[in-house]
Design a protein around this ligand. Structure first.
Ligand code: COA
Length: 145
């Protein structure tokens, strides 16, 4: 489901979860004001798909796919209460299926820290391959062949 203006608070809570900040490229806690600016800008961005995943009638995860010069960049998270059930893989597969319905040849990239094992496994389980390793960051690619 698409993220709507009503989701601002939910996404603020998720954005400041411990693991989410730990595995983000900007580690510091996010202030309400910064989040508000980020959220409004992102909702207006036509090149960005922001979807949330529902599980047992609760929202449990967020996925963002951004069109950057004809490539797609994916980032995602599962809320802490819902981790450990493979929902990340499920959410990524749903999102990629949706995107490829519109753009069958879409090439999708993702970045993750090399120590983020659950993200590594999630991306591999979702059909991503390691494209390159740069310092602590692994870049992944998912192509439809
Ligand atoms: C990455 C994330 C979405 C995965 O959540 P999830 O879907 O609940 O993942 P799971 O706990 O089901 O684990 C996924 C896989 O990693 C494995 N795994 C998890 N923790 C592990 C660990 N410490 N050591 C080895 N394997 C581990 C699981 O066994 C599973 O593998 P399998 O399906 O092949 O058995 C979640 O941890 C998260 O939101 N993290 C914070 C944000 C983030 O890191 N986003 C990604 C960067 S863009």
């Amino acid at each position: 489901m698409k993220v709507t203006p009503k989701d601002e608070k939910l996404l603020f809570t998720w954005a400041n979860e411990k693991l989410v900040r730990k595995w983000s490229f900007h580690n510091l806690p996010i202030s309400r004001l910064d989040h508000n600016n980020w959220f409004r800008k992102n909702l207006k961005n036509k090149k960005l798909h922001m979807w949330k995943l529902k599980f047992n009638s609760s929202f449990c995860g967020l996925i963002r796919i951004e069109n950057v010069r004809k490539n797609f960049k994916l980032s995602y998270q599962i809320s802490s209460n819902f981790r450990g059930r493979g929902l990340g893989t499920k959410m990524i597969n749903i999102a990629i299926r949706k995107l490829r319905k519109k753009i069958p040849k879409a090439v999708i990239y993702a970045n993750s820290f090399n120590q983020n094992i659950s993200s590594h496994k999630t991306l591999i389980n979702s059909g991503f391959k390691v494209r390159e390793k740069k310092g602590k960051v692994i870049n992944y690619i998912n192509k439809n062949n």
